[in-house]
Design a protein around this ligand. Structure first.
Ligand code: 13P
Ligand code: SF4
Length: 316
């Protein structure tokens, strides 16, 4: 009998003492294969505490880099090295330093969707699930420079009432979830709840009932009383939503909300990755150590886990 791809991957996992981590946006079969599937914070936590010698990261480059920074003794493999995040490339460390010179009193918070060099130039890292908590932990007299996502930065400013200087970065995939598509779906499904990711624009967020990370959406859906939920994030999340809350109907905000980089990882590439021990992601010193400080501060502040999903109407 021919050995299946999955069997060959499982056998190599045992040989190399490997763990497979997958983001919630990965293709269904990669999510099903993974040992852990989660949002950026959950995967960073898994990477920081794993006993495995090899981490196969099914996600985008900055996520594999983060896994390496948190656990530099491990071999971190990215099955497709070209899987990058366009938002992470919208700012470099030099721009962060310039912003610091312009605002010398400010603390710098970088979204985890950033390069290792940008993390190294920042004081704190955050993910979409703990950005509010991280900003609230900073001395209220200090302004905050938030990079690179202008939409997440603005949303955090609204939630906290803090003075936040944002950069101009954005996620091209979440920009496709427009207020027009949500308004039209609201008219078609008047009783439905709308959940969106905080990477969406202000006008889109204004139409949502819940604004939270991908895993925040999974948790919210499990306890929501709505029978239909409109999902304003990348389509890959629908796989877990439907599996974990089979009693509900999930309507994607738009079929255009696809992150092409998240879809680059396939089972074949995961197999290749474990056969060849490629492609290795390494972050050299001193950037690794400096970036780790920002990530460690995030894990110290957010160590207890995510707050419940927040309604956008919550007063700052
Ligand atoms: P989450 O941390 O909410 O999963 O988001 C990651 C991401 O890249 C969103 O576009
Ligand atoms: Fe980057 Fe957007 Fe893709 Fe997330 S969905 S990895 S922010 S491009």
């Amino acid at each position: 009998m021919k050995t299946s791809l999955t069997d060959r991957i499982e056998a190599l996992k045992r040989t190399h003492n490997a763990v497979i981590l997958a983001h919630n946006y990965q293709v269904d079969e990669v999510q099903d294969l993974a040992d852990y599937t989660g949002d950026s914070l959950e995967l960073a936590r898994q990477a920081a505490r794993t006993d495995a010698d090899v981490i196969v990261f099914c996600g985008v480059y900055f996520m594999a880099e983060t896994a390496y920074i948190l656990n530099p003794g491990k071999t971190v493999l990215l099955p497709d090295r070209s899987a990058g995040c366009p938002m992470a490339r919208m700012i470099d460390a030099g721009t962060v330093e310039n912003l610091r010179r312009e605002h010398p009193d400010a603390a710098v918070v970088c979204y985890v969707n950033s390069t290792a060099a940008v993390k190294a130039a920042s004081d704190y890292c955050c993910t979409s699930s703990n950005a509010v908590q991280i900003v609230e932990s900073i001395d209220p007299h200090r302004p905050v420079i938030f990079v690179p996502d202008r939409h997440l930065g603005r949303w955090v400013a609204e939630q906290t009432g803090r003075r936040i200087i944002t950069h101009r970065g954005f996620c091209p995939t979440h920009m496709r979830i427009t207020p027009e598509v949500l308004a039209s779906l609201r008219a078609q499904h008047p009783d439905a709840e709308i959940m969106v990711h905080p990477e969406c624009s202000q006008d889109t967020v204004a139409l949502a009932d819940v604004v939270t990370s991908t895993s925040g959406m999974l948790r919210h859906a499990r306890t929501s009383t709505a029978s239909t939920i409109i999902v304003g994030t990348e389509l890959g999340l629908l796989h877990r939503l439907r599996r974990e809350s089979p009693d509900k109907t999930f309507v994607p905000a738009t079929s255009a909300a696809v992150c092409p980089n998240m879809k680059k990882t396939t089972l074949e590439k995961v197999l290749w990755s474990l056969e060849e021990m490629q492609s290795r992601v390494v972050v050299p010193e001193p950037v690794c150590g400096k970036a780790r400080r920002a990530l460690d501060r995030m894990l110290e502040v957010a160590g207890a886990g995510e707050r419940p999903a927040q309604a956008h109407s919550m007063a700052p």
